[in-house]
Design a protein around this ligand. Structure first.
Ligand SMILES: [Zn+2]
Length: 76
């Protein structure tokens, strides 16, 4: 992402997630280019900023970048 101005972005390790979770995130996508859900993504990369977490990857169908926002429960 290049349009994040002053937001501090940290790259996380997507593959540190449980395998089932990885599978869900890779399957449950929204592609702005295809305008379709659940086409799937490849080359996932996970990022976090101060107030959100998201995964960026390539749409399986068209190859364009697709982003999935993650809602996390902050319970420790
Ligand atoms: Zn697509």
């Amino acid at each position: 992402m290049t349009d994040l101005l002053d937001e501090k972005v940290i790259e996380r390790d997507f593959f540190a997630r449980p395998v089932e979770e990885q599978g869900d995130f890779l399957a449950q996508t929204w592609c702005n280019h295809c305008m379709e859900v659940d086409l799937g993504m490849t080359n996932p990369k996970e990022f976090e900023s101060e107030d959100r977490v998201w995964i960026e990857g390539d749409c399986v169908k068209c190859g364009n970048s697709t982003v999935t926002e993650i809602v996390e429960d902050d319970e420790e």
